[in-house]
Design a protein. Structure first.
Lengths: 64, 213
């Protein structure tokens, strides 16, 4: 669920229409939060966001 | 390690090694001072760009571990091709104190979409070392407002630079410069990219950059 200014399907549509090659497509990670657009106002979502970001940073640092 | 870009649903861009050799703009110095005539104009109109940054030191305990960090709040001036200040971009940076090599420590530039929003929510609710205490439903509490240590701060794994796009927060166009010069997708890209380039150069963080929008 997202706010009305950052629509869920609009985001998916945008990512799906970036016309990326197969090599770049795998670089995209998507994560979703119950609290939506301002996910940080909800503590469980804030925690998940931090964990997702930490994992993203670790993967990015590890990849060549 | 060249030009790697990753993308996150939160609109995270990662570029590593892209700015390995930053190019200084003509007349740009590590600690920029304005030409004399501009300085007078800035002083007279209380322009935002000349103020020295505030630098303070802090410690927080996150998940049982101490994080010592330095907070820097200040402005970086954007200049036109003649060197005249176009705008003062306000930032608050949190950098973990360490003796080690900074080049392996990521730095994240965090900003909300301009021209609509400052970086205050990312700063004081989501990523920063302290956050505003809200109700369980995420609503504001009545005053006095309180800050608490953010147990989920990204400072655990990245340094953070919060930036206000021009026209939001404390970032303002220079006197005589129209705000609408900064309002728009292309304009936003240009001013933010310029800020990141100048910050990375001034603070020598050119090895490992992450952009969060």
């Amino acid at each position: 669920m997202k706010g009305l200014d950052t629509l869920y399907f609009a985001t998916k549509y945008t990512v799906n229409h970036l016309e990326l090659g197969p090599g770049s497509r795998g670089n995209i990670t998507q994560a979703f939060y119950e609290a939506g657009h301002q996910m940080y106002t909800d503590l469980p979502s804030l925690k998940k966001l931090s964990g997702d970001a930490a994992a993203f940073f670790r993967r990015a640092a590890a990849s060549p | 390690m060249t030009g790697k870009i990753l993308y996150f649903s939160l609109f995270l861009f990662l570029v590593r090694g892209l700015m390995a050799e930053p190019v200084l703009a003509k007349g740009e110095h590590a600690n920029p001072s304005l030409p004399t005539e501009k300085r007078t104009a800035q002083t007279a109109s209380k322009g935002p760009s000349r103020e020295e940054p505030s630098v303070t030191h802090h410690s927080i305990k996150v998940k049982g571990r101490m994080i010592n960090y330095t907070a820097t709040a200040g402005y970086i001036p954007l200049r036109d091709e003649r060197g005249n200040v176009k705008a003062g971009m306000f930032f608050v940076a949190y950098v973990q104190d360490s003796q080690g090599d900074k080049s392996s420590r990521p730095v994240t530039f965090a900003y909300n979409g301009g021209p609509g929003a400052s970086s205050v929510w990312l700063h004081l609710a989501a990523l920063g070392p302290k956050r505003v205490v809200l109700t369980e439903e995420g609503k504001a509490l009545p005053p006095p407002y309180q800050l608490a240590i953010n147990q989920y701060t990204w400072l655990e794994f990245t340094d953070l630079v919060f930036v206000d796009p021009v026209g939001t927060g404390y970032s303002r166009p220079a006197p005589g410069v129209k705000a609408k010069e900064f309002f728009g997708v292309e304009e936003d890209i240009h001013s933010m990219a310029e800020f990141i380039r100048l910050y990375a150069t001034r603070y020598e963080r050119t090895g490992y950059l992450i952009f969060c929008h």
